[in-house]
Structure formats: C-alpha cells, structure tokens
Design a protein around this ligand. Structure first.
Ligand code: PAF
Length: 283
C-alpha cells in the first residue's frame, strides 16, 4: 500500500491504475477507523481492482470547534489496518494540501440538507459537499462508498454529485453494529465505561419501535421513542424524526418507506443512529 499525502501523487497513482484498466473505488473517511469503515473497504475491494481510502479530518464540516479538536486521530493505526486489508492507496493529506486557499463554494443542496443534521449543524453539509466534491474530482472513482449510519449524508452527497455532474456510482453500505447493538462510530471511544454500557439502549428503542408501525402515526412513534430514550439516565435526544426514505421530509403516514433518524447526547458525546421502517398499506 502506498501512503500518499499530495494531490499530485494521488492523481498519478490513480492514473496508472486506470491505464492498467482497473476500476477505481474510493472510501472517504475521517480516520479513527473501526469495523464499520472496514466493511466499506471490503465492499470496495470486492467491486474494484484499485481502492483508495482517504483519511482526512475535514475542518470545514465541523460547526463546533471542540468537536474538531477532540475528534479522534489515529493515523498510524489506520494505515496499518488499511494495509492489512489490501488497500492500494491511503490518501492522508494535510489541511493545507486540500485547502491551499479557503473553500468559499456554497452548494445548493436543497431540502434534503435542510432538515435534521442540516438544521442542527449549520454549514456541516456544505463542508461535507466541499470535501467530497474535491475527493471526487481528484480521484474520479468509478464507485464511492458511504455508511448508512450517516443516512442523511448519503442523500446530500447524491445531490451534490448530481449538481456537479459527477458520473460516480454512490454505494450505500449497511450500518455495522457492535454485538450489543450500538452503531459503530469513531466517537464511541469518547464514551465513559458507564456511558458505553447503556449506549446500546438507543438501538434497542429504535428496533422496538418497528412494532408500532401502522398502529400509531409516525409523529406519535417519534414522540414515544424520544420519551423512552430520554428516560434513560444520561441520555438526551436532540431529535428523533421519522422521514421519507428518499426526500427526507417528515413522514405523515406509513405509505412509503421511511427512516427514523436519531441524535442523542451522552454528556458531551453526540451519537447518531437510524432505523428503516417498511411501508404498510394505508386503511
Ligand atoms: O462520514 C464521514 O466520515 C465524513 O463526513 C466524510 C464523508 C469522510 C467527509 O469528510
């Protein structure tokens, strides 16, 4: 595996692979790799002959300076894992390499970016669009892989790709969970032992709510899940919304596939998770 830190080096490595007729897969990450990321790498390797993984904590998508400061950084361990997984290139640039000058682009990301994370974290999705569009332009991959834990992020990236005319197959990969159900996240390492012990309750409440589909309205289910999670000491729901799986606008009924998206604060750690609800015929 080559560890590359310059855009010129990255372009050259990818151009050589393309010359050899290889399909290029890109897995963008912010490092602190866990098994969830590695499942994207496995999928990329099964689809493509040349896999690039970027490891870059992108400052423009953090609307909270403390979150950026405390975001876990484990580059050496990340590269060792990527090498063992048979990745071809780990792209590990500096902030100056990616942003030689401030990125002032503002993307028209539309309604998918206005709700939930978009409403709670102003500027976050514009920052995601900035970095992912740069990576797409640098690598020009055939396929790019993203985890469904950040369900809304995938919709935003699809929108950005359409706006910018990228002809890239965006592949969503299922959430990877710990054995006790907690969604894998780089932020989990910041939980105390006590917080970690109760954190799986988030997924349990979401999973239990699957039984309520068709019995209660989506808004009522969301209120119930919120109440149940808030009843767990040390947990505070920022939002739980059940939205149309495609438009991400609040669902009025169960006639179409929906997704329940949650954000929970445990102390100063912000965890997100989601669950898919099946559509049911309306009475
Ligand atoms: O999901 C992430 O880790 C980041 O938002 C991404 C897509 C790598 C962009 O920085």
């Amino acid at each position: 595996m080559e560890i590359i830190s310059t855009v010129a080096g990255l372009r050259e490595a990818v151009a050589n692979a393309r010359k050899d007729g290889k399909r290029i897969g890109l897995v963008p990450t912010m490092g602190a790799l866990h098994d969830g990321h590695m499942s994207l790498v496995t999928k990329a390797k099964s689809d493509c002959e040349f896999v690039v993984v970027s490891v870059f904590v992108n400052p423009t998508q953090f609307n909270n300076p403390d979150d950026l400061r405390t975001y876990p950084r484990t580059v050496d361990a990340d590269c060792a894992r990527l090498e063992a997984a048979g990745v071809d290139v780990a792209f590990v640039p500096t902030v100056e390499e990616i942003y030689p000058e401030p990125d002032t682009r503002v993307f028209d990301l539309g309604p998918v970016a206005e709700v939930m994370e978009g409403a709670m974290r102003p500027g976050h999705f514009n920052g995601v669009a900035q970095i992912v569009s740069k990576l797409f332009a640098m690598v020009e991959p055939d396929k790019a892989y993203f985890g469904e834990k950040d369900y809304q992020q995938i919709a935003v990236i699809r929108r950005m790709a359409t706006l910018e005319g990228f002809d890239i197959d965006i592949v969503d990969c299922p959430i990877k969970r710990e054995a006790d159900g907690l969604a894998m996240s780089s932020r989990n390492v910041r939980l105390s032992a006590d917080q970690r012990a109760i954190a799986p309750q988030i997924h349990k409440e979401l999973a239990d709510s699957l039984d309520l589909v068709g019995k209660l309205e989506p808004g009522e289910v969301a209120a119930k899940v919120t109440e149940r999670i808030n009843a767990v000491p040390g947990m505070e729901v920022e939002y739980y919304q059940i939205v149309d799986a495609e438009t991400l606008q609040p669902a009025a009924d169960w006639s179409r596939p929906t997704v329940g998206c949650v954000t929970v604060w445990m102390g100063d750690v912000r965890l997100i998770d989601n669950i898919k609800y099946k559509a049911v015929a309306q009475a």
